[in-house]
Design a protein around this ligand. Structure first.
Ligand SMILES: Nc1ncnc2c1ncn2[C@@H]1O[C@H](COP(=O)(O)OP(=O)(O)O)[C@@H](O)[C@H]1O
Ligand SMILES: [Mg+2]
Length: 258
């Protein structure tokens, strides 16, 4: 099994404005969000990035998706990098953000076409893909309803459909079931399993142990911007539940790095 994505020692810090300093109750001028993270994504696996709020999951995934530039470290897709092959990488990559941000004034139909064109797809391929994904997620009935009038669950399904318009083979989903009702969560989990069975390589971030139990082949535990551990689901749950394994790694790492 090959490695489709190699992440080596990536680092990202943010400068904090005076206003943010007040809100966060800190005098620090910068936050190190991701502090030297390395791991690889194997072909056809689901890799779960597991961590508490503020651990650095979103920042990591935004760098992998090419939306943020690491200040240090390297990201390789085979022999391709964002520096030289950004368009080609993006043709193969689907990214779902954790903050819903589809423009409420548009309809699922319009947005799907819009993103299809961004990926240089022809009208026929877009229409076929839309038919598949919209019926898969029950979006058809809402295709002409403005996003702002859809339920949270339906908005998320539209976001997922749109992120996959170009049928990418590397899929990066940031907290895909966060804040959703149990039915929608279940639908998304089942869908991710299907994508894996189709041979897609998938990274999801989550802080929900149930999701890890259902989906993870391998797990990266991220604590305070660092990778505390990367291992298979089997190894981590050999003699305890994933929740206990997480707390154990979290405790070990926090005491070592105090
Ligand atoms: N744009 C930003 N400006 C300042 N700080 C940020 C920004 N984005 C993230 N951070 C900070 O970086 C840290 C990691 O955030 P994030 O990657 O969103 O974590 P997670 O997704 O695991 O909750 C947090 O302390 C967060 O407040
Ligand atoms: Mg996040």
């Amino acid at each position: 099994m090959g490695t489709v994505l190699d992440v080596s020692d990536i680092y990202k810090e943010f400068l904090i404005s005076k206003r943010q300093q007040r809100i966060l109750g800190t005098k620090k001028r910068k936050i190190v969000a991701v502090n030297g993270i390395s791991f690889g994504l194997h072909e056809g696996e689901i890799f779960c990035l597991l961590g508490t709020n503020g651990a650095g999951k979103t920042t990591t995934l935004r760098m992998l998706a090419g939306l943020l530039k690491p200040q240090r470290g390297e990201i390789h897709f085979g022999n391709k990098t964002y520096l030289h092959d950004e368009d080609e990488i993006k043709q193969h990559l689907g990214f779902l953000t954790s903050d819903l941000k589809l423009d409420g004034a548009f309809t699922p139909n319009y947005l799907f076409d819009f993103f299809g064109h961004l990926y240089h797809m022809d009208a026929e391929s877009i229409a076929k893909r839309k038919k598949d994904l919209f019926s898969r997620f029950g979006i058809d009935r809402f295709a002409e309803v403005k996003i702002k009038n859809l339920s949270t669950g339906m908005k998320q399904k539209v976001s997922i459909a749109v992120s996959l318009v170009h049928d990418p083979d590397i899929i990066i989903f940031d907290e895909p079931t966060n804040g959703l009702d149990i039915i929608t969560s279940r639908e998304i989990v089942d869908f991710l399993k299907e994508l894996k069975n189709e041979g897609k390589s998938i990274i999801i971030s989550t802080h929900i142990f149930e999701i890890v139990d259902k989906l993870a082949d391998r797990i990266g535990i991220i604590v305070d911007g660092k990778m505390a551990c990367v291992d298979t689901y089997e190894a981590l749950t050999h003699d305890s539940k994933i929740e206990d394994a997480f707390y154990e790694k979290y405790r070990q790492w926090s005491t070592q790095n105090e």
